[in-house]
Design a protein around this ligand. Structure first.
Ligand code: GCU
Length: 679
């Protein structure tokens, strides 16, 4: 069963006989590359394995075209060079053509990675019992489709909820790369092409000679799956690791030091994807220490890595937590990213990508889209999402996050009054004519055999890859593909998991923090469980400004922090006014009395009460719904998931009662339904 867990959605469980009978499958596989470490080679083996698992047929794999009916996998170029004829159109990097209409099934990639993606696509269809004849090409929406792991060199994982690291241990790399390769296989199947394995709060020791060699082994393990390794850097490394007296990005010795490290790294990892840098944020060192701009800091790495074709992901999550003060009505951490970056739009080298968290604060249950995307016209940008559920229940709560991500990706920033939808137009590079752009998600899988710590959480990883490839894809479609691949074709299983998952984010928001007030969790330490009190007077700038009459951050231009003015004018005008701000973001943008009447007709405080009861009730329905699947899924997954869902239902009540009591005490306003308060 542990192996099944590791296979996640790639388990290729045997289909029912009546479905297998409908399959017409060619008699052999031709993989147009015989080098064992090439993606096309592993694609051939994966096809063999998947067809054997799902359909019970054993096909042999050869490396030369033959006269038999075949499944051919390779690049378009290799196929045509071998005399093959195809209707494949011109493809973009990593794109592929899948044609199952002829005697030969063609799986042809623009490059080897694309061919591997095509093989996974074909297998996904077969494993879902879908034998429709198709012929189509698909290309990625963006070239950067990465994951970030926040793995520390000592093997712990920051905001990881599934055990220790599969990459590091005792300040060095883990020699056995089996799990690394298995992870790369999963990532390849959802078309992820890069991974940064070490924490953004980077340990300089990552770059020791021994560790560079180990990182080379890690990259080797992932290379057959088309997943390239990137690294997080610690800005102060020239001093702390290199022994220099400074880490000033304009200092000659510092420049030379980084050039040397980069050269050494590329010896071990010839195809290294790039660097990821968190600078001058939450105590991390950076260029501001030397009065250099963030762009000067980023360009240091960009220049070092440019000769090798690498890129620099430079994080926009920059804020100074020591200087935030809630007694100043205009202070606002949400302003930080745009304040730091808007004036630098012309200053970044062209191999730098500014990596922007989806919202202006920090992965809350609901945030408006980051306005920074509207300001980076000449700078490449990528969005940062979180698969690890830091503020969203830490995998102890079911929360299917594709609907949350879609609220951001589908948001139209209306830059210069023109359609500027974040996924479709901005991250695709179309709106501002960029070739470099895309997606990063903090994933934080660990050694747990479910990868993320619990079974249903994996729908988020799967959905992330699908969305990065095509942000317009429907979140239910992805969820159902994942469910069939993970749990089989039973209709009741499909409907139940869909129903629970699609209610889960809203339920979580309901029993945690409503109306855009943020998650209301414990802000000082672990970001888990209710702690509304911690959401004010903290140095982190995640505030609600709750007092006995009123609540919410006034982020208007006319009377507040001015954050709403960071959006292009049409959007700014919408958020500036209470009338046009949607209820679900009301307290994000406005400070109002508890008795303020929402568009729904309820007061803010009554909405708090009702939403918390609704959310907890929805959570209470999950174990019941899951129980109805008894016997329809294997015992181990059934029981492990039931345990989590029962826990969630209980914890949702803890959440509900803590939050409603807190605001009842603070406001003194009774619950119209009489559920809250002293009896
Ligand atoms: C959050 C998170 C930290 C993390 C930081 C970041 O604040 O809680 O653990 O280091 O984000 O993204 O850099």
């Amino acid at each position: 069963a542990a192996e099944d867990g590791l296979n996640a959605w790639l388990r290729y469980a045997r289909l029912p006989d009546n479905i297998i009978r409908q399959a017409e499958i060619p008699s052999n596989i031709v993989s147009l590359n015989s080098t064992e470490t090439s993606p096309v080679y592993v694609a051939g083996l994966e096809l063999q394995k998947g067809i054997n698992g799902a359909l019970g047929k054993t096909l042999d794999v050869t490396h030369k075209s033959n006269k038999r009916s075949s499944i051919v996998v390779g690049t378009v170029d290799a196929f045509t060079a071998a005399g093959g004829k195809t209707n494949a159109p011109e493809l973009e990097e990593d794109g592929f053509w899948l044609d199952t209409k002829g005697k030969t099934v063609q799986i042809l990639g623009q490059n080897e990675r694309g061919a591997l993606y095509g093989a996974f696509e074909y297998l996904s269809m077969l494993a879902q019992g879908n034998f429709t004849k198709v012929a189509y090409a698909t290309n990625p929406s963006a070239s950067i489709r990465w994951v970030n792991q926040w793995d520390n060199m000592d093997g712990t994982i920051e905001r990881g909820y599934a055990g220790l690291s599969i990459f590091f241990k005792n300040n060095t790399t883990i020699a056995n790369t089996t799990r690394v390769a298995e992870y790369a296989r999963l990532l390849a199947s959802i078309r992820i092409n890069g991974i940064v394995a070490n924490n953004v709060n980077a340990n300089p020791i990552t770059l020791s000679d021994e560790n560079m060699a180990g990182l080379g082994k890690i990259a080797d393990a992932m290379r057959p799956w088309g997943v390239r390794l990137g690294l997080s850097l610690n800005f102060a490394s020239p001093q702390t690791l290199g022994g220099l007296s400074t880490f000033d990005p304009l200092d000659k010795s510092v420049i030379t030091w980084w050039n040397d490290q980069t050269a050494k790294l590329y010896k071990h990892i010839p195809d290294m994807a790039g660097y990821l840098v968190k600078a001058n944020s939450e105590g991390q060192p950076g260029p501001l220490t030397y009065n250099r701009t963030l762009a000067e800091g980023a360009n240091l790495f960009a220049k070092a890595i440019k000769p090798y074709g690498g890129i620099v992901m430079f994080r926009a999550f920059v804020y100074d937590y020591q200087n935030l003060n809630e007694s100043n009505w205009k202070d606002d951490r949400a302003n930080a990213a745009v304040d730091h970056f808007r004036h630098l739009d012309d200053e970044f080298d062209d191999n730098i990508v500014v990596q922007v968290k989806y919202g202006p604060i920090d992965f809350q249950a609901r945030e408006p889209a980051s306005p920074l995307f509207a300001h980076l016209r000449n700078t490449a940008s990528a969005i940062e999402l979180q698969v690890t559920q830091e503020y969203l229940g830490q995998q102890c709560h079911l929360a299917y996050l594709a609907p949350l991500w879609k609220t951001i990706l589908d948001f139209d920033l209306r830059v210069d009054g023109e359609k500027s939808v974040i996924g479709e137009d901005v991250l695709s590079g179309k709106r501002f004519n960029k070739t470099l752009s895309g997606y990063a998600a903090v994933v934080n899988v660990g050694q747990n055999t479910t990868w993320l710590g619990t079974h249903l959480a994996m729908s988020n990883l799967y959905a992330y890859g699908r969305i990065a490839w095509d942000p317009t894809v429907d979140e239910v479609v992805i969820l159902q593909d994942w469910t069939r691949l993970t749990y089989g074709l039973n209709r009741k299983v499909l409907d139940t998991i869909t129903d629970m998952s699609m209610q889960s984010w809203e339920a979580y928001e309901n029993y945690t923090g409503n109306l855009g007030v943020q998650t209301l969790t414990d802000i000082t330490y672990n970001h888990y469980g209710p702690n509304p009190q911690s959401m004010d007077n903290n140095p982190w700038g995640q505030w609600t400004r709750a007092d006995s009459d009123s609540i919410g951050m006034d982020r208007t231009v006319w009377n507040g922090t001015g954050f709403s003015g960071q959006y292009p004018s049409e959007v700014a005008a919408q958020f500036e006014s209470i009338e046009t701000t949607p209820d679900d973001l009301l307290l994000w943008f406005h400070h109002v009395p508890y008795t303020h009447i929402l568009k729904s007709g309820k007061t803010v405080i009554q909405h708090f009460y009702d939403a918390h009861y609704d959310g907890a009730e929805t959570a209470a329905s999950f174990p019941k719904k899951w129980t109805s699947l008894k016997g329809l899924i294997d015992k181990q997954r059934f029981e492990e998931m039931l345990f989590r869902l029962e826990y969630q239902a209980g914890h949702a009540i803890v959440w509900r009662d803590s939050i409603v009591q807190f605001y009842n005490n603070v406001s003194g306003i009774p619950d119209a339904a009489g559920r809250v308060g002293h009896h």
